[in-house]
Design a binder for this molecule. Structure first.
Ligand code: SF4
Length: 269
Protein backbone atom coordinates (compact mmCIF):
# COMPACT_ATOMS: atom_id res chain seq x y z
CA UNK A 1 0.00 0.00 0.00
CA UNK A 2 1.32 3.44 -0.92
CA UNK A 3 1.20 6.21 1.69
CA UNK A 4 2.38 9.75 1.24
CA UNK A 5 2.60 11.05 4.78
CA UNK A 6 4.95 9.61 7.31
CA UNK A 7 6.25 10.70 10.68
CA UNK A 8 9.21 8.62 11.79
CA UNK A 9 11.59 8.75 14.74
CA UNK A 10 15.28 8.06 14.03
CA UNK A 11 16.02 5.98 17.10
CA UNK A 12 19.60 5.61 18.32
CA UNK A 13 18.55 4.20 21.72
CA UNK A 14 20.81 6.58 23.63
CA UNK A 15 19.77 9.17 26.22
CA UNK A 16 18.11 11.74 23.98
CA UNK A 17 16.29 9.55 21.47
CA UNK A 18 15.05 7.29 24.28
CA UNK A 19 13.62 10.34 26.06
CA UNK A 20 12.02 11.53 22.84
CA UNK A 21 10.58 8.06 22.12
CA UNK A 22 8.94 7.98 25.55
CA UNK A 23 7.75 11.58 25.35
CA UNK A 24 5.99 10.63 22.10
CA UNK A 25 4.46 7.63 23.86
CA UNK A 26 3.18 9.85 26.67
CA UNK A 27 1.69 12.38 24.22
CA UNK A 28 4.15 15.16 25.13
CA UNK A 29 5.29 15.17 21.48
CA UNK A 30 2.88 14.32 18.59
CA UNK A 31 2.65 10.61 17.73
CA UNK A 32 4.75 8.92 15.04
CA UNK A 33 3.92 5.93 12.82
CA UNK A 34 7.10 4.22 13.91
CA UNK A 35 10.74 4.45 14.94
CA UNK A 36 13.68 3.17 12.91
CA UNK A 37 16.81 1.84 14.58
CA UNK A 38 19.70 1.57 12.11
CA UNK A 39 21.82 -1.19 13.60
CA UNK A 40 25.57 -1.26 12.94
CA UNK A 41 25.54 -4.50 14.99
CA UNK A 42 28.48 -3.04 16.86
CA UNK A 43 26.73 -1.31 19.75
CA UNK A 44 27.52 -2.24 23.36
CA UNK A 45 25.38 -5.10 24.71
CA UNK A 46 23.83 -2.59 27.12
CA UNK A 47 22.30 -0.70 24.19
CA UNK A 48 20.62 -3.81 22.80
CA UNK A 49 19.18 -4.76 26.21
CA UNK A 50 17.96 -1.21 26.62
CA UNK A 51 16.37 -1.26 23.15
CA UNK A 52 14.55 -4.52 24.00
CA UNK A 53 13.19 -2.82 27.12
CA UNK A 54 12.28 0.39 25.28
CA UNK A 55 10.43 -1.45 22.55
CA UNK A 56 8.11 -2.93 25.19
CA UNK A 57 7.22 0.56 26.46
CA UNK A 58 6.11 1.82 23.04
CA UNK A 59 2.76 1.32 21.36
CA UNK A 60 4.20 2.21 17.94
CA UNK A 61 6.48 -0.15 16.02
CA UNK A 62 10.28 -0.10 16.17
CA UNK A 63 11.80 -1.17 12.87
CA UNK A 64 15.31 -2.56 13.29
CA UNK A 65 17.24 -2.33 10.04
CA UNK A 66 20.85 -3.07 9.23
CA UNK A 67 23.36 -3.09 6.41
CA UNK A 68 25.48 -5.55 8.37
CA UNK A 69 28.04 -5.82 11.13
CA UNK A 70 30.32 -2.82 10.69
CA UNK A 71 33.13 -4.18 12.85
CA UNK A 72 33.10 -7.63 11.23
CA UNK A 73 32.78 -6.12 7.74
CA UNK A 74 35.90 -4.05 8.47
CA UNK A 75 37.79 -7.14 9.69
CA UNK A 76 36.68 -9.03 6.54
CA UNK A 77 37.89 -6.14 4.37
CA UNK A 78 41.28 -6.28 6.12
CA UNK A 79 41.54 -10.06 5.67
CA UNK A 80 40.44 -10.02 2.03
CA UNK A 81 41.97 -6.68 1.09
CA UNK A 82 38.59 -5.40 -0.08
CA UNK A 83 36.71 -2.13 0.37
CA UNK A 84 34.45 -1.23 3.29
CA UNK A 85 32.79 2.00 4.40
CA UNK A 86 35.54 3.57 6.50
CA UNK A 87 35.11 4.59 10.11
CA UNK A 88 36.92 7.78 11.13
CA UNK A 89 40.13 6.04 12.19
CA UNK A 90 43.12 8.13 13.26
CA UNK A 91 46.09 7.78 10.95
CA UNK A 92 49.83 8.04 11.40
CA UNK A 93 52.13 8.19 8.40
CA UNK A 94 54.57 5.29 8.60
CA UNK A 95 57.54 7.43 7.52
CA UNK A 96 56.90 10.92 8.84
CA UNK A 97 54.73 10.03 11.84
CA UNK A 98 52.31 12.79 10.79
CA UNK A 99 48.86 12.30 12.27
CA UNK A 100 45.51 12.61 10.48
CA UNK A 101 42.05 11.10 10.30
CA UNK A 102 40.19 8.95 7.76
CA UNK A 103 37.09 10.28 6.08
CA UNK A 104 33.99 8.91 7.79
CA UNK A 105 31.78 6.80 5.50
CA UNK A 106 30.24 4.50 8.12
CA UNK A 107 27.42 6.87 9.06
CA UNK A 108 26.19 7.19 5.49
CA UNK A 109 26.38 3.47 4.67
CA UNK A 110 25.41 1.89 7.99
CA UNK A 111 23.13 4.51 9.55
CA UNK A 112 21.56 6.83 6.97
CA UNK A 113 21.17 4.52 3.95
CA UNK A 114 19.32 1.73 5.86
CA UNK A 115 17.02 4.34 7.40
CA UNK A 116 16.16 5.87 4.03
CA UNK A 117 15.65 2.39 2.57
CA UNK A 118 13.19 1.61 5.37
CA UNK A 119 11.35 4.88 4.85
CA UNK A 120 10.98 4.03 1.15
CA UNK A 121 9.69 0.58 2.10
CA UNK A 122 7.13 2.10 4.46
CA UNK A 123 6.07 4.51 1.72
CA UNK A 124 5.68 1.57 -0.66
CA UNK A 125 8.19 3.04 -3.14
CA UNK A 126 10.02 0.29 -5.06
CA UNK A 127 13.76 0.01 -5.69
CA UNK A 128 15.03 2.83 -7.91
CA UNK A 129 11.50 4.24 -8.21
CA UNK A 130 11.04 7.95 -7.63
CA UNK A 131 9.26 9.07 -4.46
CA UNK A 132 5.98 10.53 -5.81
CA UNK A 133 5.57 14.33 -5.69
CA UNK A 134 3.49 15.44 -2.71
CA UNK A 135 5.05 12.84 -0.40
CA UNK A 136 5.93 14.21 3.00
CA UNK A 137 8.13 12.44 5.50
CA UNK A 138 8.97 14.06 8.82
CA UNK A 139 11.99 12.52 10.46
CA UNK A 140 12.36 13.24 14.18
CA UNK A 141 15.79 13.32 15.81
CA UNK A 142 16.68 13.13 19.49
CA UNK A 143 19.14 16.01 19.37
CA UNK A 144 19.08 18.05 22.57
CA UNK A 145 19.39 21.83 22.87
CA UNK A 146 23.05 21.63 23.95
CA UNK A 147 23.81 19.83 20.70
CA UNK A 148 21.83 22.12 18.41
CA UNK A 149 24.87 22.51 16.15
CA UNK A 150 24.15 18.96 15.00
CA UNK A 151 20.88 20.05 13.38
CA UNK A 152 20.80 19.62 9.60
CA UNK A 153 18.57 20.47 6.67
CA UNK A 154 17.03 17.39 5.06
CA UNK A 155 18.87 16.29 1.90
CA UNK A 156 15.74 15.22 0.02
CA UNK A 157 12.71 17.18 -1.12
CA UNK A 158 10.18 14.85 0.46
CA UNK A 159 11.99 14.87 3.84
CA UNK A 160 11.68 17.34 6.71
CA UNK A 161 13.93 17.08 9.74
CA UNK A 162 12.33 17.81 13.09
CA UNK A 163 14.13 18.41 16.41
CA UNK A 164 11.47 18.40 19.18
CA UNK A 165 14.00 18.45 22.07
CA UNK A 166 15.62 21.60 20.67
CA UNK A 167 12.15 23.19 20.23
CA UNK A 168 11.38 22.28 23.86
CA UNK A 169 14.78 23.66 24.94
CA UNK A 170 15.67 20.34 26.57
CA UNK A 171 19.35 19.65 27.19
CA UNK A 172 20.89 16.21 27.69
CA UNK A 173 20.66 16.79 31.44
CA UNK A 174 16.98 17.72 31.11
CA UNK A 175 16.46 14.42 29.29
CA UNK A 176 18.10 12.50 32.13
CA UNK A 177 15.97 14.44 34.63
CA UNK A 178 12.81 13.70 32.62
CA UNK A 179 13.65 9.97 32.60
CA UNK A 180 14.24 10.00 36.35
CA UNK A 181 11.07 11.99 37.06
CA UNK A 182 9.08 9.41 35.10
CA UNK A 183 10.73 6.49 36.89
CA UNK A 184 12.50 5.22 33.80
CA UNK A 185 16.01 3.75 33.93
CA UNK A 186 19.02 5.78 32.85
CA UNK A 187 19.65 4.96 29.17
CA UNK A 188 23.12 3.93 28.02
CA UNK A 189 25.24 5.93 25.59
CA UNK A 190 24.77 4.57 22.11
CA UNK A 191 27.60 4.39 19.56
CA UNK A 192 29.68 1.57 18.11
CA UNK A 193 31.94 0.04 20.79
CA UNK A 194 35.03 0.89 18.73
CA UNK A 195 33.95 4.36 17.54
CA UNK A 196 37.07 6.54 17.17
CA UNK A 197 34.96 9.52 18.24
CA UNK A 198 34.83 8.23 21.81
CA UNK A 199 36.05 10.59 24.48
CA UNK A 200 38.25 9.10 27.20
CA UNK A 201 35.15 8.96 29.39
CA UNK A 202 33.42 6.83 26.76
CA UNK A 203 36.43 4.53 26.36
CA UNK A 204 36.31 3.97 30.10
CA UNK A 205 32.61 3.19 29.78
CA UNK A 206 33.40 0.51 27.16
CA UNK A 207 36.17 -0.80 29.40
CA UNK A 208 33.62 -1.58 32.11
CA UNK A 209 32.63 -4.62 30.04
CA UNK A 210 35.67 -6.89 30.01
CA UNK A 211 34.67 -8.84 26.90
CA UNK A 212 33.76 -5.74 24.86
CA UNK A 213 37.02 -4.04 25.86
CA UNK A 214 39.01 -7.12 24.82
CA UNK A 215 37.28 -7.17 21.42
CA UNK A 216 37.90 -3.46 20.87
CA UNK A 217 41.59 -3.82 21.78
CA UNK A 218 41.87 -6.71 19.30
CA UNK A 219 40.10 -4.67 16.65
CA UNK A 220 42.46 -1.74 17.24
CA UNK A 221 45.40 -4.09 16.62
CA UNK A 222 43.80 -5.57 13.49
CA UNK A 223 43.42 -2.18 11.77
CA UNK A 224 46.98 -1.07 12.62
CA UNK A 225 48.70 -1.69 9.28
CA UNK A 226 45.88 -0.41 7.11
CA UNK A 227 44.93 -2.31 3.96
CA UNK A 228 44.14 -1.71 0.30
CA UNK A 229 44.86 1.89 -0.55
CA UNK A 230 45.33 2.84 3.11
CA UNK A 231 49.07 3.01 3.64
CA UNK A 232 49.13 4.69 7.07
CA UNK A 233 49.00 3.05 10.47
CA UNK A 234 45.47 3.25 11.88
CA UNK A 235 44.35 3.79 15.48
CA UNK A 236 41.11 4.04 17.41
CA UNK A 237 42.47 6.46 19.99
CA UNK A 238 43.14 10.06 19.07
CA UNK A 239 46.58 9.99 20.65
CA UNK A 240 47.75 7.77 17.77
CA UNK A 241 48.76 5.12 20.27
CA UNK A 242 47.44 1.57 20.69
CA UNK A 243 44.23 1.76 22.68
CA UNK A 244 45.64 -0.72 25.19
CA UNK A 245 48.37 1.82 26.04
CA UNK A 246 46.45 5.09 25.66
CA UNK A 247 46.15 7.27 28.73
CA UNK A 248 42.42 7.40 29.39
CA UNK A 249 42.89 9.66 32.40
CA UNK A 250 43.81 12.69 30.29
CA UNK A 251 41.24 15.49 30.17
CA UNK A 252 38.34 14.91 27.80
CA UNK A 253 39.59 17.79 25.62
CA UNK A 254 42.27 15.40 24.45
CA UNK A 255 39.72 13.37 22.57
CA UNK A 256 36.88 14.36 20.26
CA UNK A 257 33.46 13.69 21.66
CA UNK A 258 30.94 12.05 19.36
CA UNK A 259 28.16 13.93 21.02
CA UNK A 260 29.66 17.22 19.91
CA UNK A 261 31.28 15.92 16.76
CA UNK A 262 28.11 14.62 15.22
CA UNK A 263 27.42 11.48 13.26
CA UNK A 264 24.94 13.34 10.99
CA UNK A 265 22.38 13.13 13.74
CA UNK A 266 22.22 9.38 13.40
CA UNK A 267 24.78 8.07 15.88
CA UNK A 268 24.81 8.49 19.61
CA UNK A 269 21.34 10.01 19.84
S1 SF4 B 1 29.11 5.43 16.03
FE1 SF4 B 1 31.14 5.95 15.15
S2 SF4 B 1 31.87 4.09 14.12
FE2 SF4 B 1 29.65 3.81 14.50
S3 SF4 B 1 28.66 4.50 12.61
FE3 SF4 B 1 28.77 6.31 13.99
S4 SF4 B 1 30.71 7.35 13.49
FE4 SF4 B 1 30.77 5.28 12.58
Amino acid sequence: MKINNLRILALGAGVQSTTLALMIEKGEVPMVQGAVFSDTMAEPKRVYSHLDWLEKQLSYPVYRVSKGDLKQDTIDAINNNTRVAMSPFYTRNKETGKKGMMMRQCTQDYKIAPLIKEIRRLLGVGYRKQVPPGTNVTQLFGISSDEASRMRTAPKKYLTYDYPLVDLKMSRKDCLDWMKKNNYPKPPRSACTFCPFHSNEEWKYIKEDEQEWKEVIEFDEKIRNGWGKVKDNLYLHRSGEPLSKANLEKSKDDQLNLFENDCEGQCGV
